[in-house]
Design a protein around this ligand. Sequence first.
Ligand SMILES: NC(=O)c1ccc[n+]([C@@H]2O[C@H](COP(=O)([O-])OP(=O)(O)OC[C@H]3O[C@@H](n4cnc5c(N)ncnc54)[C@H](O)[C@@H]3O)[C@@H](O)[C@H]2O)c1
Ligand SMILES: C[N+](C)(C)CC=O
Length: 490
Amino acid sequence: MKLQLQHYINGKWVGKDSENTRDIVNPYNQEIIATVPEGDESDAKAAIAAAREAFDNGEWADTPATERGAVVRKIAELIERDKEELAYLESLDTGKTMEESRGDMDDIAGVFRYYAELADKDGGELIDSPVSNSISRVVREPVGVCGQITPWNYPLLQASWKLAPALATGNTLIMKPSEITPLTTIKAFQLMEEAGVPAGVVNLVLGSGATIGAELSSNEDVDLISFTGGIVTGKKIMQAASSNVKKLALELGGKNPNIIFADADFDIAVDQALNGVFFHAGQICSAGTRLIVEESIHDEFVQALVERVKKFKLGSGFNEGTQMGPLISAEHRAKVEKYVETGINEGATLAVGGKRPEDPELQKGFFYLPTIFTDCTTDMTIVQEEAFGPVITVEKFSSEKEAVKLSNDSIYGLAGGVWTKDIAKAERCAAKMRMGTVWINDFNLYFPHAPWGGYKQSGIGRELGKLGIEEYTETKHIFQNLKPEPINWF
Ligand SMILES: NC(=O)c1ccc[n+]([C@@H]2O[C@H](COP(=O)([O-])OP(=O)(O)OC[C@H]3O[C@@H](n4cnc5c(N)ncnc54)[C@H](O)[C@@H]3O)[C@@H](O)[C@H]2O)c1
Ligand SMILES: C[N+](C)(C)CC=O
């Protein structure tokens, strides 16, 4: 199936002849891999109008939940059918390895399957009414028109966490993928069309956040805005969403602590600490970029990390054996470089990395060497701010209480990890860590059944799990008086 490099509005592919276009660039070699129309506010408004009409006067919201679930299941099947093509497009667009992209596609199909199953499982709740001769029940209904805005690091995965629950519950939607990485989202809209999602129910507008994203966030015909991305954008969206007091779901950044106690399994903790931060070149919201290591093993632990890091294989995501691809763009690499410069100026010790690779084969891509800073303290910018790149900061601790205190010293609260063989200690730490996810002797694991989201400034609401579908519903209480009588007050 040919990739439709266009917007998808009201069941039609539009924008082919647009004067404004954007080139999509391969971060591995800067080649142009596609050119797409660059939409503006008028495209966003057309998509919102289509979604509004489909919600208010279409049949999707009233379609039996079992049938909606069947459509969502069909989407999962089509993703599985086209897994290789989708994985190829994702790696081309983001630079991540094919193995990672294949894993993402499995996860994405799993999310559609999970919400297909949940679609008809909430038949409401009968309340034990305190009023005699009455029926009191609670039902869940779709919110309405949903705006959905996604980032570039996990383009289709983050989209699937929004599309699947919104569709399963009978909403209509407009999605704006990151302007840097729209390819797999375009393909997913083709698959949703093939699966039989009615015209107007799902709409796709390509273009920038400042235009389309801002329109989706402020337009009063949009009932809910769901955003995954950076904290600065999240705050702008929150303000814009106040126009009509939209329902709001924000999945923002993280500066995620990974606590390593001296009694942890040393080799596994080293291995997973590396994986937790350098996977996808650190461009993961939940990357464990803040290592907090018990003093007694600190030097040995850092040495083991540094030795392993020096052997990392950087390269094309399509080459067998590549462990780490490039960063997403020149601008993003410049941000990571500035961050590392800040760390050096703040007095942290650069243990390894801190520059671009010299390998001639990597010069066209936006590569950056895996980097480790030691002698870090919580007052440093690099310990507080998200690098969203391959950079670890290492702090020391000498007591359980101090480890937990350090881990919570952040405006963020997305995720964190604890490594120890003492399960009681691990549970005590997990209970005190102010984060949406805490992993004990693991890191960066997520699956459709468990909720995902942040405490503090890491966001509002949850995706995945049962909470992830509830985000897309309004709750209504219906009270029926079976024996009405006059009140005789007036
Ligand atoms: N919590 C999570 O689950 C999660 C998952 C993935 C990424 N993230 C976060 O995403 C960030 C990286 O992604 P990014 O650089 O694409 O983020 P970003 O905030 O720059 O962009 C995200 C999306 O918002 C759009 N946007 C930009 N300005 C906008 C505006 N004014 N109004 C509406 N939309 C606007 C962009 O076009 C893009 O589609 C990191 O901070 C990362 O931690 C969080
Ligand atoms: C949510 N997650 C871990 C899939 C991607 C975060 O960037």
